[in-house]
Unconditional design. Structure first.
Length: 527
């Protein structure tokens, strides 16, 4: 184990590892420190409930990273050299509505259009137009996201220069629900698009979420709810292998608790075991910014940064239940359409909005108008014994437990039972004899398992207007350079936000390599 390196990285989520691999490929000695016994952050797969059932601890879908050059151009050799393989499940999604109707989305766009047309010919035509519009504008948004703030034109500048930019400048400032209501007319269609757009648990009634009905639907239509073969942790495995091949290392069971600041500069970190890791060039943090503030004296931070972090919204908490089963979920009345890897209940949008309002207000909530039921073994049977499945329920939930319980520890089993009952309304085959074992994860459990998931939120913080672009994580500090010289930040709390995108990791590498006198392009050219 090396206690002195050119770059010390705190945390080993996929963004931190991406940054680390680029830096190691530049010829620098890189050490990554991880709190847990295994690397990966939110991209981890484990046998959570019983041997042979490989479950994704947090993330499952990797659709958003597919457009990142890390994957699209295989810049780090993750696909070519280190065994990462992706599966695009078909059907893309299958949901039930509260009235018993169902909707299936397919990788063949015309087949999906036909499903829209079952409910509304007008909305089917609208969906064709939506896909065409995003095909034109997606690269504009992608270019803005894949450049650090200040490295090239901003999104607003790019849109000002585009012939249809005025439409999109308004569209992205609206709420997702306003956009859906403007574009679609039929209630079931609206509910399905809403269900898809809510996948990153961004409040759909707040300004600034208006792009989601376009970007999420188009991304799913192109690559489905894309999953790594073998589990979400395969991305981590490939990144660790790439890092080690470049001479870097990951050290687990080392929780970073303090930043070493000498002569006004961050020169290393101290771990909970008392070990000091010194960085000759830089320290990269993927610690949640809410915790980062406590790792150095307050006077070391800029006042605007402190205020920005104190007012940063961690996002909506989650509640999850993981199951080992002998069958995949089967929908009630399903005429033969196979259950999708990504399925669930698409409740009426206003009901979902009402629940997220309760959550944001900190009021207890016991309703489940939006449910994700993930069954990756439908497309990847390697994750479970033959004929068996892993199933995950995911819903947003309030930080305040329901039923008058004092804590979520007291309430979680009751809440899980109510959630299972709600799922059985549309997938009745998930009976007690089919469920072999299960694990309930309340917001408290989620945060205990990964301190970066503050309050049980797994997406790095809200991505509404106050927390996006140059305001993320704090106004004036969106370029990955932190107020303490020598310290850089990556991960879901930085631009453009959370989920499995790899974009904050690549962006942070661009900034740091520039400050070190080189670039990603030069690093890749050296091979």
């Amino acid at each position: 184990m090396t206690n002195t390196a050119d770059v010390v990285v705190a945390g080993s989520g996929h963004n931190a590892l991406i940054t680390a691999v680029y830096l190691a490929r530049s010829g620098r000695k890189v050490v990554v420190l991880e709190t847990r016994e295994r690397p990966g952050g939110g991209a981890v797969s484990e046998e959570l409930v019983r041997p042979g059932f490989m479950m994704d601890t947090c993330s499952t879908g990797h659709t958003l990273i597919q457009n990142n050059p890390v994957i699209a151009d295989d810049e780090l050799g993750l696909l070519r050299e280190f065994g990462l393989r992706y599966i695009d499940p078909d059907p893309v999604a299958h949901v039930a509505f509260p009235d018993g109707e169902q909707f299936t989305m397919w990788l063949d766009p015309e087949r999906t259009v036909d499903e829209f047309a079952r409910f509304s010919a007008r909305d089917a035509d609208t969906y064709r137009r939506v896909l065409a519009e995003w095909a034109e504008m997606g690269p504009v948004f992608g270019a803005a996201n894949r450049h650090p703030i200040g490295f090239g034109p901003s999104l607003d500048e790019r849109l000002r220069e585009h012939p249809r930019g005025g439409v999109w400048r308004r569209r992205i400032a609206l709420s997702a629900w306003e956009v859906i209501q403007h574009e679609y007319t039929e209630p079931h269609v609206r509910a399905f698009v809403f269900w898809q757009a809510f996948m990153t648990l961004v409040s759909m009634d707040l300004p600034g979420s208006g792009m989601l009905p376009y970007s999420i639907m188009a991304g799913r239509q192109k690559r489905s709810w894309c999953i790594p073969e073998g589990g979400s942790g395969r991305l981590t495995d490939a990144l660790v292998a790439a890092l080690e091949a470049a001479g870097g290392e990951v050290v687990c069971d080392q929780e970073v608790v303090e930043l070493v600041v000498e002569d006004g500069r961050c020169t290393g970190v101290v771990t909970a075991t008392g070990e000091r890791f010194t960085a000759r060039d830089a320290v990269v943090s993927s610690v949640h910014v809410k915790h980062l503030l406590d790792m150095a004296p307050r006077e070391a931070w800029d006042d605007a940064f402190v205020y920005g972090v104190e007012t940063f919204d961690p996002g909506l908490p989650m509640f999850a239940v993981q199951f080992a089963t002998s069958e995949a979920p089967r929908f009630r009345g399903d005429p033969g359409t196979p259950t999708a890897v990504s399925s669930g209940l698409a409740g009426w949008p206003q009901d979902v909005i009402d629940v997220t309002r309760e959550i944001r207000d900190g009021r207890p909530s016991t309703r489940f108008p939006w449910i994700l039921v993930a069954t990756p073994t439908l497309a990847d049977p390697s994750r479970a014994p033959e004929g068996h499945h892993t199933v995950k329920f995911l819903v947003p939930c309030s930080p305040t437990p329901p039923g008058g319980h004092a804590t979520w520890d007291d309430a979680k089993d009751e809440h899980a039972a109510a959630l299972l009952a709600a799922v059985r309304d549309f997938a009745p085959n998930l009976t007690d004899d089919v469920i072999l074992d299960h694990l309930v994860l309340s917001p408290l459990d989620i945060e205990r398992g990964n301190a970066h998931m503050v309050g049980g939120s797994a997406h790095g913080g809200d991505r509404g207007v106050p927390y996006s672009g140059p305001l993320r994580p704090a106004p004036g500090w969106a370029q990955h350079r932190m107020p303490i010289p020598g310290l850089y930040q990556t991960g879901g709390t930085t631009h453009p936000g959370g989920s499995i995108t790899g974009t904050p990791g690549r962006n942070a590498a661009q900034v740091l390599l520039t400050d070190l006198g080189t670039s990603i392009e030069e690093v890749l050219a050296k091979g």
